[in-house]
Ligand binder design. Structure first.
Ligand code: NAG
Length: 395
């Protein structure tokens, strides 16, 4: 066949195969407006969103939900799984807002919850938790402030993708993955005031194979917090601050607790945060552990505790006086960590007297305090320093 004859033939094949694909892979888009959602920020659109979800979930084919521009007021809502398909994509061009009355949202511990879903992706959108009034209540030390709601929770779910999502002013944590598997989160933007209590950016626990990349997190608590039972977590390209840094813990509150292992934290900038990379456990008996943790390529800008392991966490000396942490910490590597500490002690390993930290490695670490060499402090910590390490290692 000459080239001239081949071209139309090729087009025919492409056309045929395209229409073939459309015919077999059906997919429907459910626009929340069709279900009665109002983009006015005042009308309660919860039912409309739930009805759109029910349609998408019962579709035997991949389904899409579309949220157009505008503000949609939503009450506390659970999107439940066991769907007929494993590919629901939710595209949000608008803003979902919670009630500004914390007596409404703060009654449950979540605002938007996905439970037992498989194959859900969320693209774009702004989630506005309207948490300011609750923070003010808590900060003014008033009694009877509710705990507050986490903005977005995934419980017992798998194969989840979140991209391009913005979460602002959550009452409590912004995004939580609990009991989940295979999660990819990228290009997420999280913002809350630096003095807002408990507004952690992303919290992961009892979950495996979670990736968090390319995101900006500014809050009043941990940018990312890592709870018991976390395995194979990959965190990369994060801008953190203000906030309390990236924390493993607090662990060891319970006597029986699953451990944390195989966590990588790579290419992160911490700006003005309380901590950089932190591992924290209660000074209480526990069978938990932390192992195979890899911190690489971090920049610290005026961070109060750039590198810290604190195993004697016990606020107000309540519920743990005189106890050693049972959490066993081993094989933690800090590599290529540079920048400035806001306090004299830039590296602090305060480990359990009963189960000293072991296999701690410092490699090419340089942290300064007010243009001078900073200090390192060690308690029950063993390991090695390689390459240039400043402050001088105390391991
Ligand atoms: C550690 O986690 C990463 C993903 O973060 C994964 O690719 C790797 O296989 C895990 N390693 C082990 C030994 O499980």
């Amino acid at each position: 066949m000459s080239n001239n004859n081949f071209l139309p033939f090729l087009f025919l094949i492409i056309t045929l195969s395209c229409s073939f694909n459309f015919a077999t892979v059906k997919s429907s888009t459910y626009n929340v407006i069709q279900f009665g959602a109002k983009p006015d920020g005042i009308t309660d659109s919860t039912k409309a969103f739930l009805n759109a979800w029910t349609k998408a979930c019962s579709s035997p084919y991949p389904a899409a939900i579309y949220v157009p521009q505008g503000k949609f007021l939503l009450r506390t809502v659970t999107f439940s799984g066991n769907c007929a398909n494993k590919a629901i994509s939710i595209t949000i061009d608008g803003t979902l807002i919670a009630s500004s009355n914390y007596l409404v949202t703060g009654k449950t511990d979540y605002w938007l919850r996905f439970q037992h879903v498989d194959g859900v992706s969320i693209h774009g959108g702004v989630l506005d938790g309207q948490g300011t009034a609750l923070w003010n209540c808590k900060n003014s030390k008033k009694r009877n402030c509710p705990t507050g709601a986490t903005t977005l929770v995934f419980m017992g779910s798998k194969n989840i993708k979140i991209s391009g999502l913005t979460s602002v002013n959550s009452e409590m944590f912004h995004i939580v993955f609990n009991g989940c598997q295979n999660i990819k989160t990228q290009d997420v933007n999280i913002v809350a005031a630096g003095n807002s209590p408990n507004t952690d950016g992303i919290h992961v626990q009892m979950s495996s194979d979670v990736t968090i990349i390319n995101s900006k997190i500014r809050t009043g608590d941990d940018c990312i917090s890592i709870g018991p039972g976390t395995n194979n977590l990959w965190i990369e390209k994060i801008e953190c601050g203000p906030g309390h840094g990236i924390s493993i813990g607090s662990l060891g509150w319970k006597l029986k607790e699953p451990g944390v292992q195989n966590v990588t934290v790579k290419t992160v900038t911490f700006t003005g945060t309380q901590n950089g990379v932190r591992i924290k456990s209660w000074g209480r008996a526990s069978n938990g552990f932390v192992r195979n943790i890899f911190y690489q390529d971090a920049i610290m800008v005026n961070v109060q505790n750039p590198i810290v392991i604190d195993q004697n966490y016990c606020p107000n000396n309540k519920n743990c006086p005189g106890q050693a942490s049972g959490i066993k910490i081993s094989d933690v590597t800090y590599q290529d960590i540079h920048g400035t500490s806001a306090t004299q002690v830039a590296v602090k390993f305060d480990c359990s007297s009963k189960y000293p930290c072991n296999g701690i490695k410092l490699k090419d670490v340089k942290l300064t305090y007010k243009n001078h060499v900073a200090e390192a402090s060690c308690n029950h910590a063993g390991g090695a320093a390689l390459g240039l390490v400043q402050p001088e290692s105390c391991l």
